[in-house]
Design a binder for this molecule. Sequence first.
Ligand code: 9WN
Length: 692
Amino acid sequence: MKNHLYKAKKILDKNWNGKFTVPSIHLYPHQWNWDSAFIAIGYSRYDTDRAIQELKSLFDAQWKNGMLPHIVFDKNNLGKYFPEPDFWKTELSKNAPENHLTSGITQPPIHAYAVLKIYENSKDKKKVKEFLKWIYPKLVKLHRYLYLERNPDDNGLVYIIHPWESGMDNSPMWDPVLKRIDLSQVKLPDFERKDNRIVDPEQRPGDDDYKRYIYLVDIFRKNRYEDRKIFHECPFIVFDPLFNSVLAASNKALMKIADIIGENCRQAEEWYLTTSRSMRDLLYDNNRGIFYAYDYIEKKQIKVETSAGFMPLFGGVASHSQALKLLEYMNSASFCQIHEDNCFAIPNYDKTKKDFSTKNYWRGPVWININWMLYQGLKRYRFKQKAEHLEKTILELPVRFGFYEYFDSRFGRGYGTKDFSWTAALFIDLFYDYENSKKVGKNIGFFIQILRNEIVANPDGNAISIKSPDEIFFEFNMLSNLIIKKYVKNGSVDYRGIKLSPEYKLFQNIAGKLSIFDPFSLGENEKKAFLINLYNMMVIDFILKMKVKKSVREVDGFFTKIKYRLGKEKLSLKDIEQILKSFKEKDKIIVSLVRGTQSSPPLRFVSPENPLFDINGAVKDFVGSSEVLIFPEEKTVMVSELLKWYRDIFNDAGKIKQFLKEYVSDDRKREFLEKEENPELLYLPYDWYLNN
Ligand code: 9WN
């Protein structure tokens, strides 16, 4: 993947014109508003100066009333795009900037969010602080403009006046509103599209949509871009869940920026609270489990389900119960279920709708920026498994198919323009994220406890009277199952919750009795399940007893020096692993063990009745996670370093191929594993961070 990081940076270099980065040289040869914010996030990982310059150029063209235009035109590059300044005629507005040519509408205000990222990712905080001081008043001015001019009910819901303002131009969400615009009696200004000469028209918005886009711009021009007048005349006045979620996320970021430079952040906090409250109240539909756009003219929700409806996760707007419903709907056949065949991240529209299209622009394909925001949202709400799955697919798409503008939601193929800037930039961002998370634990930055002598972690439990082996077995299973059910959500373990729980107290008592229990007297299935559960529960117990904060690596000897008395023996995690390696499913078992790390599969209880079912489930999760990346086009398989440690089991690429084949859900990948004799095998670094 390093090679692709290089390619992504090269794309940004190619699209950089010395002042800003165009989204694409051919199709979009000017500066775009939210594109530049995503691009700056990518730069912030390796070139702070460029990231800053990108946003400085954009904000130089901010309107006098605070509006940030959706396009800033490159005067040296006119004539290649439509509509350009001759059509927008923004000079009609008293608010347009003097030294820049711009469009007259805006886009989702993700800039404060991007600015904070630049600060967080920078090495020279002092220098970036200067930039924060420069841009902070401009960000406030932008948000103030939205809350003053676009907030008709004063409830924090901000409206957009054009589909281009949503960034999701021909989203099916806008159909009901656009359809109401009757053009039969209207004399439209002359115009000529350029986009569908560069890109296959099948992948672009239709002419009916374009006519309406132009009709709306004509209204704005006639009203000299005066918001109050446009509000009364424009047939498209809509509360967009994406726009408002992005605004909420940016308000949160603005609060942090204010804090860093010593400004008062009360206003941003108030904006954040009112917008999110109103979104929860007015845009959410509990039956469907999604947020809808709201048609302000008809005063009703627009019941069309698109990825914008999940954006309240990104904005931190959704309540806990709403977030769970969003996850449920997002992770279903309507969008993309983990392990679903032929599923390439979250498409832009519900796949089960009859007008869903795998290739038409915002009517079904997969977009990297949208998936990147959903990934951030899933992480924010700690939906670990889904977040990981998404991270992996986002990274995979450009590697497999190229850095395209959008991707076919069924076959992954790239559409729109090639070498698209935000695809490259957000790939870079995720790549660094991914690499950094894998480095944790290798870097001995935290306190290390070196265990010289062995520790027995299950001293004799006198608190309970002697129990029979049967009772011990029963209670051990019951308590392990209960703890996992109660304190593991989406693969994350709530260690603090376990520590304080009555179940953990009881578990320790029963663990103290394991010295009178002989696991070797159990039947084959029961023994297998017991030893796996024991391993996983010992990991939890050791983490708590050793007061591990970030990683089991804080304890040198975690796997070898801490032991449980079991029957007549004292066994460490390594010893138990050794016993487990004697089972014929040793390959699956090794992969399914939960070592208290981010690279482990989500913790589950293995049932003594049918252990293989749960073991298979864990392996499937592992193969579906970012621990395994398969690139048929590049004839490459990347797997967790874990498999390298167990070379005695996974001795070569052939064995690994064989192993993965059974669990891969994507047809193309399975086919590749079946056919390819010699795939290149690369190992991914192990993520030692705690799975909490
Ligand atoms: C109109 C630049 C922009 C993105 C938008 C995307 C597309 C423009 C177009 O390209 O819109 O603004 O001509 O289709 O829809 O999100 O910012 O990449």
